[in-house]
Design a protein around this ligand. Sequence first.
Ligand code: TXA
Ligand code: MG
Length: 315
Amino acid sequence: MKNIYSNIFSFNKQILKKTEKSLIQGEIAVLPTETVYGLAGNAYSRKAINKIFKLKKRPKKNPLIVHYYNFDDARKDIILNNYFIRLYKKYCPGPLTFILKKNKISKIDSQVTAGMKTIAIRFPKNKIIRSLLKSLNFPLAMPSANISSGLSPVTAFDVFDEFKKRINIIINGGRTKIGIESTVIDLTSKPKILRPGIIDKNEIKEFLKINLSKRRTKFKSPGMFKKHYSPGIPVILGKKPNNTNQAYIVFGKNYKNKTNYFNLSKNGNLKEAAANLYKIMRKIKNKGYKKIFVSKIPNSGPGIAINDRLKRAGN
Ligand code: TXA
Ligand code: MG
């Protein structure tokens, strides 16, 4: 029987070499991270960057995050900042993306940053992507591996669901641990969270011992576009479904096991709920439900990021 998933590879030395070669040639590849799967390309190569935008159908004005192995690798592309150094030491590698001023000497392709003077950088934790970043002599521009405005993938098969055979290499690193995208923090002026994530604003606030900015940014991080993270069917928050043909996303122990009920975490654990969010939304969509209702989810810690994604999914 023909293997329909012939572009999904398990991780070993050979596939690592093959992926390296292909990235050096300006091709793109899908790699796992600790948050979601990413569509990776050489951040110096216009050819690779164009491919990423085209495949994702991403608007050219929405910049990409540049991924590095460590601080030394990122150093030449950024203007250093004290908050960045402190947060780097505490959380990196890990699910935190920094918006910093871009260094004029940086060789990052201008399309990566959508022509702006700022740059988004991240140090992912997953061992597969780290071994690639370590051996390559360029950083990787890498958005989530989904068609623009859809659900981010948390398994190699979710990526296949999005792109089928249009990508040659998808490295299977199993299901991602965190399950939602990194927290994005803007450090170009008073620190401000642009995209909530597992590392939440209170944690950062306490660690830096400062108040975070609540200002509205002139340039809205396009991850803050109203419609985003969408399963492609209506999502209605805070209401119960009227019939069993509608899916109901719930949270906590007070819900029965029904075929149209999908529990993000029976134990009421918000971290677990975040890890299950996209997985469950994709499952609901693929089962053919036409509408999703969502019960109330506590708006604290990872709950802030969950509610943010759900709100956008519903727009
Ligand atoms: O967890 C993650 O961050 C994943 C994995 C693959 O690393 N990546 C990810 O990338 O979520 P993407 O492209 O789906 O989201 C990047 C977000 C977008 O909202 C983008 O607008 C914002 O970061 N961004 C990138 N550069 C920026 C900049 N210079 N200023 C403001 N926002 C920026
Ligand atoms: Mg994305």
